[in-house]
Design a protein around this ligand. Structure first.
Ligand SMILES: *[C@@H]1O[C@H](CO)[C@@H](O)[C@H](O)[C@H]1NC(C)=O
Ligand SMILES: *[C@@H]1O[C@H](CO)[C@@H](O)[C@H](O)[C@H]1NC(C)=O
Ligand SMILES: *[C@@H]1O[C@H](CO)[C@@H](O)[C@H](O)[C@H]1NC(C)=O
Ligand SMILES: *[C@@H]1O[C@H](CO)[C@@H](O)[C@H](O)[C@H]1NC(C)=O
Ligand SMILES: *[C@@H]1O[C@H](CO)[C@@H](O)[C@H](O)[C@H]1NC(C)=O
Length: 392
């Protein structure tokens, strides 16, 4: 169905859609415009009708000029089958306004991902296989979707966000627009976790932990302390049972980035407590702070099974594994005294190494690895429901 060549009729529908969206955009664009609309309603309808007619005529004429026109959806569709061609990923704007260098063959040069051209020039829209939109700027209204541009039928629009649902805003206006998602969730079309463990190529050996350097039982780094966060309750209960050393803005005891890991390395346990409890939302608190810092992570976030899916057994301690926080505290105390059992929490390091993901370019290049496995046709008809479906 989706890959049938477009008939004149369907193209006209596309054109009609463009006009409608234009009217909607200007209506909501500002107070002044909104007041003018009722007065000019008739004119507008007439004009829209004429535009649709014109576009349809124009389009019919264009279809005769295969190859010359920038907007030729069927051309892009037919190239979809050629696995030896470049896939073009267009980033419509840079997340948080911070751009990166895209010179050369970035995906190959940096990540050894072949046949993947990552671009940020909007003029390449009509030839892009995937156009990526970062959510933050959309919901803040600082960027807009190019809904007025004729969208090549086989082009996929990707919704990208690494934030927990609570920070994604109201996504209802984005129903029926996106074909794929790029988030930390494993059920995204392209999963972009904050970190992961990769198998070690050469048989690694365990560097014995020098427990003599461990001076704190439990450490926590927190800048955004909110009473309503579940982690705050767990912390205060735990702190009542065992000493917890707290760093970060909250206690005006911030660590510089160069002090962070060495400080954590002097702790037996690190509280990798997420501020938002959402499916698969496992951040650098686990991958970097705990795993790279060399403290055993005590995790609070998504359910145990989400951690088990991405982290080796016996590499972390989940708060939910205990009937009470008090019991967790007791367990930590006992474990710290038992050198052998404590060190077993580091045996994963023999087989795995931590990979942090921090570069947007890498996430974007990874689309190409998935590209040929993406469903032929997919529309997020209710993105809002999808993005918020995972509140715990
Ligand atoms: C893709 O190419 C293969 C072989 O080149 C062909 O058998 C197949 O029908 C093509 N599929 C589409 C959807 O064009
Ligand atoms: C596939 O793409 C490559 C690179 O663009 C091109 O050289 C080749 O002719 C294409 N093959 C087909 C069957 O279209
Ligand atoms: C694929 O893209 C890269 C990077 O943009 C470029 O250097 C290379 O020439 C392209 N290859 C083809 C066959 O288009
Ligand atoms: C332990 O601490 C000492 C002194 O601070 C330092 O020289 C040594 O490298 C540390 N060992 C480890 C394994 O971190
Ligand atoms: C992408 O979504 C648009 C808008 O809903 C839809 O018209 C188009 O067929 C979809 N394309 C793919 C490849 O799924």
């Amino acid at each position: 169905m989706p890959f049938q060549g477009m008939s004149t009729q369907s193209r006209c529908v596309v054109a009609e859609k463009v006009i409608t969206s234009d009217v909607i955009t200007s209506e909501t664009g500002g107070m002044e415009l909104r007041e003018l609309v009722p007065l000019k309603m008739k004119k507008c309808i007439l004009l829209s009708f004429l535009c649709v007619l014109l576009l349809c005529l124009y389009n019919g004429w264009l279809r005769g000029l295969i190859g010359l026109t920038a907007v030729n959806p069927t051309a892009i569709c037919s190239r979809g089958n050629n696995t030896s061609r470049n896939v073009t990923i267009l980033l419509w704007y840079w997340p948080f306004g911070v751009s990166n260098n895209l010179e050369g063959d970035v995906c190959w040069d940096l990540y050894r991902i072949p046949r993947c051209s990552l671009v940020d020039k909007r003029s390449l829209f009509s030839s892009a296989d995937v156009v990526v939109f970062h959510n933050r700027e959309l919901i803040q209204g600082r960027q807009e979707l190019p809904i007025a541009l004729p969208r090549p039928q086989c082009q996929r629009w990707a919704w990208m966000s690494l934030e927990a649902p609570i920070h994604n805003g109201n996504l209802r206006p984005f129903a029926d627009i996106f074909n794929m998602t790029i988030t930390y969730r494993r059920d995204s079309d392209v999963a972009a976790p904050y970190g992961e463990l990769l198998p070690k190529e050469t048989g690694g050996h365990l560097v014995a932990n020098d427990l003599r350097n461990k001076s704190s039982l439990v450490c926590w780094v927190v800048s955004n302390y909110q009473m309503y966060h579940k982690r705050s309750q767990v912390y205060s209960e735990l702190n009542a049972a065992v000493p917890v050393k707290v760093y970060g803005k909250w206690t005006k005891n911030s660590l510089s980035s160069s002090d962070l890991l060495p400080t954590i390395s002097r702790c037996y346990f690190y509280l990798a407590f997420e501020n938002s409890l959402s499916k698969d939302y496992i951040t650098e608190k686990l991958w970097k702070n705990a795993y790279q810092g060399g403290a055993v992570p005590v995790v609070l976030g998504p359910p145990l099974s989400d951690y088990q899916a991405v982290a080796p057994p016996n590499s972390f301690i989940h708060v939910d594994e205990f009937a009470s926080v008090k019991e967790l505290g007791k367990y930590l105390q006992e474990l710290a005294k038992d050198k052998k059992r404590y060190n077993e929490y580091f045996t994963w390091q023999e087989d795995w190494k931590v990979k942090l993901h921090t570069d947007w370019r890498e996430r974007l290049c990874k689309i190409c690895l998935q590209y040929n496995n993406l469903p032929q046709h997919k529309v997020y008809s209710d993105l809002n429901a999808w993005a918020h479906s995972d509140k715990i």
